[in-house]
Design a protein around this ligand. Sequence first.
Ligand code: C2O
Length: 492
Amino acid sequence: MPRVRPPGLALTPRCGEAQNRYVLIKAFYVVLLAAVVSCGGADTAPHVPEPFPDHATFVDLNADPNVLEVMLTAEVAEVEYLPGKKTSVWAYRDAGSAGSVARVPGPLLDARLEDRIIVHLQNSLPVATTIHWHGVRLPPSQDGTPVSQIAVPPGGSYTYEFVAMDSGSYWYHPHLEADEQIERGLYGAIIIRDEEELPVHADRYLVLDDVKVEANGALAIAPTGLDVMMGRQGNVLLVNGVAAPRLEVPRGTRERWRIVNTANGRFFNLLLGDIGFSVVAWDGGLLPEPYQASTLLVAPGERYDVIVEIEAPTDSTLTLQSVFYDRGHGMRDTGPDELMQIQVTEAVARPLEPLPAVMRQIELPSTSASTMTRRFVLTEDMESAEPQFFINAKAWPLDPDMTAAVFGDTEIWEVVNDTGMDHPFQLHGMFFHVLERGGAIEPRRGWKDTVVVPQHSNVRFAVTYDAAGMWMYHCHILEHAERGMMGVLHVE
Ligand code: C2O
């Protein structure tokens, strides 16, 4: 039986559209029901609960338990973002698994700390590509950027190899024409597990994205001026590649959600009714202790791991939404967007050990009044025909901002945002510790690789250059990175 897609017509809901949407969803259920019946399915209930789209995990081809070796093919594929409409995408396929199909997101790379990870990439796309392992510390030659390797041409192959040094939640994607390649569907999740993980009933990855789909199902790839300015905003919101999926959980369930934002430009500001989130990890793994958040802002490129405890009564439904966040340049509040539904079932979850109060020790880079501070000023030019973006008045790729640093030194980066919108700023190759956001001391300790620099404000972070090589830093709004806002750090 074909995989059933959810009734996701998740065109960003606006006030007044709800009625319309309901009719369309209902119509879809009728079609869905017909499909189920004609396939010989026994289920005749009109409200078929949608299975939560969990990730296919890569098949490990290596018998050595300390090596995870996989085959990854990037190719043209078809998915169904809108019910009944085919969308042509570029996607990753687990070529080591017989009969596999390419999917969005790509297969989950599920590794253990200290595993040697070997990925054989076959490029079956019509364009050259690379793979960057966002957040993973690795040798610079394996970083998958234009300064670390020659892109893999169509028909070519390349083997990436590195050792998993830090447990946590990461993701992989091309680092070449990323605004187009990631939008077309090339991204996947990475988990690096520790021997001891937090006691939960389920540990799952929620890969958040939005895609801009025409009525006929085709991706709208050519960017508009607005797409370039804000980063492309899609009209269909996806969780693990599916619009508005439904998750069923027993009452009393405790889950760990590893959340990544793979969208080109959308900021997800998450709200889960009045339950809130217990945030346990950031980009670079566990925090020393959890903290509570009623809403959680996840900017492009960032990861947050949260614990959710579902105490709602049996048969109730909770909705994970993305609510308005003012990211600048006159972005309007168009009302909350639904991401997924959580249906509480009759069963009661088995009791678990309590979560540890202290999860990790983190030794921060030590800084003093004499620590060298570097400034990175982000600016934009909206006046020219094609908007342009800059770091220290320099623009990738012809004349990028270049920074030379000494291996082992600790320095402070002051990223100054001189534009009217937020920019999520990523540094490759090493984690950093945020000291201040907009002049306010950062109260939490945790490792980051991507941080939001708010409009007309600044962020200061401390970083120890513990990896030699050429590393990129850039805005993770992909339209901005590819149009200038990207520089190169050379550590030696
Ligand atoms: Cu997730 Cu430098 O990219």
